[in-house]
Design a protein around this ligand. Structure first.
Ligand code: SF4
Length: 325
C-alpha cells in the first residue's frame, strides 16, 4: 500500500550514521586483523555501538578496558575517542605495538588543549563527566583543565585569571546546550575565549541539524544508536526539544515497541555517527511491515569527508604489499 492508502510515512534524515572518524576507526581494526591476524586487542569499544563491537569480536578483535589486559608485545588499537598521553606511555612500557584510531577531529581538540595549557590558560572543557573522550582530552593538561558538565555546572567555576581563560568541548555534544553553557560562562567570565574552530564536529552538528528540520512533523522520532553513544543520545534530546511528540533510542529494530507507533502517522528516523546503515535498513523494513511504506529522505547536507588510516598501519600495509612483490 502507498502512503495515500495507509496514511503512514517515514521521514528519513540525511546525514545520518557513520561519520568519517568512525569509518576510519572500524576500518583500522579490520585492516589490522587482515594484516597481523587475530587476535587484535582494542582498548575500549572502538566506537560506541553494540553491533559494530560484536561484529569485530566475531572477526577476532578482543576488547579490553586497559593496556594491562593486553599481553606484552601484542598489538593494541586505541579507540576513536582518543586517549590521554599516559596511555601511550603504559603501552610503551608493556612493549605493545600501538595503533592510534583516535578521530583526527578529537586529536585537534587535544592539540588545542596542549597549546592553551602551554600558554598557561585556564581551560574550561565542556563535556560529560566520565566520557572517554573527555578523560583523554583532560589528560593532556590536567592541571589546566576543568570540566564543565552542562549549563548548571557553569556557575561553580573559578579561574586564576579571568582574562586568560578559554573554553573547549567534547566533539559530540548538543550544539544548543553547549551554546547555553557558554553564554552562562560568559556572564561570569566576559573575556572567555572560544576555541579557534568548532570543537563539536561536523558530523554531530549535521545530524542534529537535520533532526531539527524533521522533528516538528513527527509523531515519533526513532534514533538508531547505543546508550553509551553520546551523539546518538543527543539526537533524541534534540528531536524532543525541536517538537517531536516522542523520541526513542534503539540499538536494533526488534527493540521498537509497537505501542510507540500506535496512532502515529509520521515517524522520523535517523542514526548516530557510530551506526552502520544496515541497522537503519532493518528499521525501515520493520516499519514497512507495520504500514509505514512511504519513505521520504530529508537531506540538509552531503558529507564527503574521509580520513586516511593511521600512519603506523599504512606503513605496515605498504611494507607487506612490497614484500608480496
Ligand atoms: S563523531 Fe565526530 S569526532 Fe567523533 S569520530 Fe565522528 S567525526 Fe570524529
Amino acid at each position: 500500500m502507498t502512503e495515500a492508502e495507509t496514511g503512514k510515512r517515514v521521514l528519513l534524515a540525511k546525514p545520518r550514521g557513520y561519520c568519517a572518524g568512525v569509518d576510519r576507526a572500524v576500518q583500522t581494526v579490520e585492516e589490522a586483523l587482515k594484516l597481523y591476524g587475530a587476535p587484535i586487542y582494542v582498548r575500549k569499544q572502538i566506537v560506541h555501538n553494540k553491533h559494530v563491537v560484536r561484529t569485530l569480536e566475531a572477526k577476532g578483535a578482543i576488547f579490553v578496558e586497559e593496556n594491562e589486559e593486553v599481553p606484552e608485545g601484542a598489538t593494541v588499537i586505541f579507540s576513536a575517542h582518543g586517549v590521554a598521553p599516559e596511555v601511550y606511555e603504559q603501552a610503551k612500557e608493556r612493549s605493545l605495538k600501538a595503533i592510534d584510531a583516535t578521530c583526527p577531529l578529537v586529536t585537534k581538540v587535544h592539540q588545542e588543549a596542549k597549546r592553551f595549557a602551554a600558554e598557561d590558560y585556564d581551560i574550561l572543557l565542556i563535556g560529560h563527566e566520565g566520557h572517554e573522550e573527555v578523560i583523554g582530552t583532560a589528560g593532556e593538561a590536567p592541571e589546566h583543565i576543568q570540566l564543565v558538565d552542562g549549563p548548571e555546572d557553569a556557575d561553580r567555576i573559578t579561574v586564576r585569571d579571568p582574562n586568560k581563560v578559554v573554553w573547549l568541548s567534547q566533539t559530540t555534544l548538543s550544539v544548543d546546550e553547549t551554546m547555553e553553557t557558554v553564554a552562562r560562562l560568559k556572564k561570569r567570565l566576559p573575556m572567555l575565549q572560544s576555541p579557534p574552530s568548532d570543537d563539536i564536529c561536523y558530523a554531530t552538528s549535521n545530524r542534529q541539524h537535520v533532526v531539527k528540520e524533521i522533528a516538528a512533523d513527527c509523531d515519533v522520532v526513532l534514533v538508531v544508536g547505543s546508550r553509551n553513544s553520546s551523539n546518538s543520545v543527543r539526537l533524541v534530546e534534540v528531536a524532543l526539544d525541536a517538537g517531536a511528540r516522542a523520541g526513542h533510542l534503539v540499538d536494533f529494530a526488534h527493540e521498537i515497541d509497537d505501542a510507540w507507533l500506535a496512532g502515529a502517522r509520521t515517524v522520523g528516523l535517523t542514526s548516530g555517527a557510530s551506526v552502520p546503515e544496515e541497522l537503519v535498513a532493518e528499521v525501515l523494513t520493520h516499519l514497512a511491515d507495520r504500514g509505514f511504506t512511504e519513505v521520504e529522505e530529508v537531506v540538509t547536507a552531503n558529507e564527503r569527508l574521509t580520513f586516511s588510516l593511521p600512519q603506523e598501519l599504512k606503513r605496515d600495509m605498504k611494507a607487506a604489499a612490497a614484500a608480496r612483490g
